[in-house]
Design a protein around this ligand. Sequence first.
Ligand code: SF4
Length: 568
Amino acid sequence: MKLLLTTLLSKYIHSSLALPTIAAACAKVPGLGIVIREHTVNERPADILRSLISEDADVAAFSCYIWNIEQTLRLSAEMKLLNPGLFVIFGGPEASYGSHDLMSAHPHIDAIVHGEGEDTMAEMMQLLVASSGSAIPDDRLSELQGITFRSGDEIITTGARLNSDSLDSSPSPFATGLADLSKPLVYIETSRGCPFSCAFCLSSIENGVRTFSFPRIEQDLEILMEHGVETIKFVDRTFNYDAGRANRIWEFILTHNRKSRFHFEIAADLLTDENLTLLKRVPDNTFRFEIGVQSIAAETLDIVGRKTDLERLFANVERLQEETGITMHLDLVAGLPGEDFDGFVRSLERLIAVKPHHIQVEPLKLLKGTAMRKIARERNYTFSPFPPYRILNTPWLTFGDVCRIEDCSEALEEIYNSGRFETSLEMVAQHHALTPLFTLWSPSKSKGSRLSVIFEQFLNHLKKVFPGLTESIIEPLRFDYCMNGHPGHSLPSFLKGKDEPEAGLIRPASQKEIAKRLSLARESRFRTFSARFARDYSTAGWPEGDFRITFIYCSSGKILHLVERVLM
Ligand code: SF4
């Protein structure tokens, strides 16, 4: 018997953790062959169908999320039409809640596995292998806890399965060699569940937190680091729920890491002095912390049951910024109860004030199974009945406000998170609050991918939002432009100062001289571009003078610069 485990990922750069985890649990079932196939939502549906059908599987299990459920329903229905004997199983958060309705509306689904699926899938596979291709007797299926299945015209949901206390009983997808380590980003989990109960989050449904043992965590991490995985992302919902546990894992990483980077979701208010002391030792650009702030309105957080000490959170974020080289990513959720557009702007201003590297803003989604659905009913929210269940309006936000928040989210990506305009934003921030740059953004209909178009659009946006902005912005923009990649033969005309027509045409220092002064290896390959600046934007305080800055574009992608004073 052949089991096909499959999912549609949101992006190509990562692989699924759920599929190899289920495969590892089912590997012990005698007589079962397993194949994992991952595709992305961006591929042509006909190509995905062709690829999955060619596996000629007896059972197909789909891992379902808000970003793939609609495509998965179409794909699985077509597979069943082509192969009526195929046993179709759905699992994952988008199938676990409302499973009865999902099976009523989609008769091609044979069964749904609820919650964590390792034991349930392994037991169901045993039954399928034992029935050797014929239908599993209903009495056997009804003994299986944690599923919804069909019995004639009836749809039956069995009793809830208690989660196993020991996570270690689930075999490691890494030690069994089933996880795909070839992608730039690989997920790992060291714990399941969250100690908090935010009404809008699926992780609030499960009670308490369970952790894998230290030997298991260390074994898995060692495999990934030894393999040289580029980025290891922890899916733990609140990685530092136990400060001592977090320190022990961080210490292990610091001792054994070769060259990987690590991404954690943490609660910054839970960081202790011991954590902060250890984190000072993290090499630059090795850790990335994603920190959910969600809102700075205490009353709003209270309504959704989110327990955060905001004062301590921001104090710790500031300490992390000042004392460590950790990349900081802060999140806001817009549309929580009691927060109007002005309230959202206040939350955004507070985040911008701590200057994180990345700010993510998302309008609230009303996920199936969360307590937020009840709050939304009681408080007259309107939301889309289709995934990802985005809010359409709330008693505090009109549909127009929600659209403005979505535009703001795009502006943050384009202007702030892209890192393209770092120097320019620093210059603007010396005279203006940055927030209107994001809240007054209107997405361009003709989005250019050429750097000159992107920079010209940004300059026009700057002039529109801050009409009093002087020509002094041109130089920082020009510096940013050169820091984004080789400008070709010269700079675009809108980045040339009026009295500096020669910008970009200054003779650079010779390649030999540059290699010598920057101690580059003799065989290094690089291109250069030189321009004249009235300030040295590469040095803190931006000293004034007359500078020739030579940008050095290494074949590795690194951009260096060499600054020389121009002597008259
Ligand atoms: S939002 Fe974060 S802290 Fe709140 S329940 Fe979800 S995972 Fe836990």
